[in-house]
Design a protein around this ligand. Structure first.
Ligand SMILES: NC(=O)c1ccc[n+]([C@@H]2O[C@H](COP(=O)([O-])OP(=O)(O)OC[C@H]3O[C@@H](n4cnc5c(N)ncnc54)[C@H](O)[C@@H]3O)[C@@H](O)[C@H]2O)c1
Length: 316
């Protein structure tokens, strides 16, 4: 039976996505692969693999009869600003390889996430439309926009069924975030529960589009299960749930932990955040494949505090 490969399965999105795919398809149909060993049992076969090693990736795909790839390997925005060449090579080379495997008929369907980082300082910041000015200001954003166009090129010229969404900042509790500019919105919960205080690397009024992990996973699976004829955008769909600032997030946390305090010490990530939109118009995703989000700010905060408190108690 054909199998599903999650590439980058030990990362922030990969951990939750692998669990969900196992729930839907069973553990015999899902293969998790990553450079990094998972911290906990993944519940399906795990293969340690460097996705830039073309031969290893190809032999895994052939050996396991992989028909679908969720390609999550990437160097994220903040890290890629420090290692631009490595970031570009990782983000582009691995995508090329997976797309090539599909062009050769080995893989039938690909999911590859883009990001709100494709937008830049010249993009309209409020309700950023699907089609607008796209002049990313970071290496990560440039690689994601090039990736979007590459996906579209493979779809038009080689009928490769590759699907994509522009994830906003993702908030989750199972895995540590992987070096992005929105990581503050995860770190803040750990610090709130452990120490009752947090020092934010973004200014209090930095509004960014964000999403709780369950919504991100639902969007991913819904897009992949949608009939091909309903997918009208083959670059990447705008995707939106909530927007908030560090100050608003801190206030929502304070409703549960009244003694929580926050200080602000912006660093190099402020400049990246300032180049991104505040909110996103995702009407096309809602119209084409029925996307809708479930988590607002308060629901997300309750769930994060509950899960992280439970997790930290277990590790003591
Ligand atoms: N998390 C977010 O807020 C967010 C927002 C927008 C887009 N995205 C995109 O979603 C995808 C997943 O992001 P994430 O947050 O889970 O990232 P992450 O950094 O948490 O996970 C990426 C995983 O890839 C693995 N990896 C790195 N190099 C590898 C290699 N050479 N071979 C095999 N594995 C390798 C890492 O070990 C890590 O487990 C990425 O494409 C990212 O750009 C994420």
């Amino acid at each position: 039976m054909d199998k599903i490969l999650v590439l980058g399965a030990s990362g922030q999105v990969g951990i939750d996505l692998t669990i969900r795919l196992i729930e839907i398809f069973g553990n015999h149909r899902v293969i998790a692969a990553d450079l990094k060993e998972p911290e906990e049992e993944v519940g399906c076969k795990f293969v340690q693999l460097d996705a830039t090693d073309k031969d290893s990736l190809l032999s895994l795909v052939k050996r396991e009869k992989i028909s679908e790839v969720y390609h999550l390997v990437a160097m994220l925005s903040a890290t890629a600003e420090k290692f631009p060449i490595k970031g570009w090579q990782l983000n582009m080379d691995t995508l090329f390889q997976v797309l090539e495997m599909a062009r050769q008929g080995l893989v039938k369907k690909i999911f590859w996430p883009s990001s709100i980082a494709v937008f830049g300082p010249t993009t309209p910041k409020e309700h950023t439309p699907q089609h607008t000015i796209v002049e990313p200001a970071t290496i990560y954003g440039i690689s994601k926009y090039a990736g979007e166009l590459l996906c579209q090129w493979y779809y038009i010229n080689h009928k490769v069924d590759v699907r994509s969404v522009r994830y906003p900042g993702i908030v989750s509790w199972k895995a540590e975030p992987g070096g992005g500019t929105t990581d503050y919105a995860v770190e803040i919960f750990y610090q709130a529960v452990k120490d009752g205080k947090y020092e934010s690397f973004l200014n209090p009024d930095t509004e960014l589009p964000m999403m709780y992990i369950d919504d991100a996973i639902n969007a991913t699976i819904t897009l992949m299960q949608a009939p091909a004829h309903s997918i009208n955008i083959r670059t990447s769909y705008n995707l939106s749930a909530i927007s908030f600032t560090p100050a608003q997030l801190a206030r929502a946390i304070k409703k549960h932990l009244p003694s929580f305090t926050i200080e602000y010490k912006p660093d190099y990530r402020q400049q990246i955040a300032d180049s991104w939109p505040k909110s996103i118009d995702d009407a096309e995703a809602r119209k084409d494949w029925g996307w809708s989000h479930q988590f607002d700010l308060d629901k997300m905060v309750s769930e994060m505090l509950f899960q992280i408190t439970k997790k930290l108690k277990k590790t003591v």
